[in-house]
Write a protein that binds this ligand. Sequence first.
Ligand SMILES: Nc1nc2c(ncn2[C@@H]2O[C@H](COP(=O)(O)OP(=O)(O)OP(=O)(O)O)[C@@H](O)[C@H]2O)c(=O)[nH]1
Ligand SMILES: [Mg+2]
Length: 469
Amino acid sequence: MTNDTIAAISTPLGPGGIGVVRISGPLAYMIMKRLFVRRKRRASRTGSLSEEGRFFSHFVYYGHLVEPGNENIIDEVLAIYMKGPKSFTREDVVEFQSHSGFVVLNRILSVVIDAGAVLSSPGEFSKRAFLNGRIDLTQAEAVIDLINAPCETAVQMASRQVAGGLRDVVEGLTAAVTRLQANCEANLEFYESEEHDDDRLHVRETLRSSILPEITALIKRQKDTAIFKDGMLLAIAGAPNVGKSSLLNRLVERETAIVSEVPGTTRDIVRDFFSINGVPVVICDTAGIHDTQDPVECMGIEKARDHFHRADLVLLVLEAARRFNAFEKKLIEELKNTRMIAVINKADIADDDAVDDIQKKTKHIPYIHVSAKTGAGVAELKDLIFHDLVSGENLGGLEGATPNLRQRKILEKIERELQRCVIAAETEQSLDGVSGLLNDILHFLGEISGNRNKEDLYDHIFSQFCVGK
Ligand SMILES: Nc1nc2c(ncn2[C@@H]2O[C@H](COP(=O)(O)OP(=O)(O)OP(=O)(O)O)[C@@H](O)[C@H]2O)c(=O)[nH]1
Ligand SMILES: [Mg+2]
């Protein structure tokens, strides 16, 4: 742990109402005293400090930041001093709230550096908060998720983890495994000559009935909720002129893509964003799939195919006014391993025979009738998309702790170790061996919350933050 005092501009650069320069470390208070001139009630040029000659912690002071030496005013600011450990980093922290703007904020940062601070690296404030025990690793990672949250649901999930949701679960599991292991060790120590069958049985039962199911549920929750953090990618597929671009415009509720009666209008990928029940969706309109010699269309079709394979879900648009054609048959075959919904468009001019034919040939995929022209069925399509990707059961998972991908990988290791441990306890392995496996499990649980010393891992995690956080 370094003894440096770090400083950074903590707000995004650019014109804005206010900007914040944050300082953390042993020199923070001295820097505030040196650079900040408190505005007294009766104007006085020289009175630079509060009447007592010092600033109180957790008070907001109004005044000016000045260049030391010549007292030139840099900006009118609010200054807050937070004496450690009652601060985000648990060190002494000072924040200057100034007018926002690249030049002003950089001038403030520059005098702060001249006064003895060093520039912070990305995430260094949060890393200090973690290393000083203010937050654990799950909470630090949740701060990144909170900053990057693409929708309200992701914000709620991240907030729960920032407040210690996952930390509490991991602490509970750690306590339970520690108790088991301590029990094993005590019995080994005091009843050395015994068989320990009952002890092994007790370990097996506790793992099987409570610890293992809890780990499995956490893994499942990560899988179920990932979509709220990462969003989903939808691709629209279909033959030319079936109404793919019209559907995209309907779903995003604006005229993003060109619509025309000329087949082959869309050639490049047209991308837009919208959300369904708070889930962020990236949607791609693509070139119509058919047989063509046109080199530009061929390139478009190739790009389209690439997007079908990358998408979480493909909306296969068919036309209710005409029968299923050979290209559509081939396309369904090609996408047989992809999640798909058949969107039978142009319901306003549907032909019964054509619809019968389409339904016979798309029996194995969910389908819906819509009219991109009138908007009929589009709300139902959104519901279908949502339920296809996020089942009702998954939504229940949002209430609890939601691990991220790094944590899930460790949980999967723990799950495997727990299964080994259950087998070991069943198959008359020595209690000593069982205790060793429990120790490995404790080690992995420590990796989730960051109790183990892993500088590389911490550097990697905190480098994902922005400077000033
Ligand atoms: N009647 C009716 N016409 C529609 C509907 N949806 C689209 N169209 C018309 O169908 C034609 C083709 O629509 P687009 O949205 O450009 O079709 P596309 O599949 O994107 O076509 P390409 O980009 O050429 O592959 C246009 O004239 C649209 O107005 C619908 O639901 N009902
Ligand atoms: Mg189009």
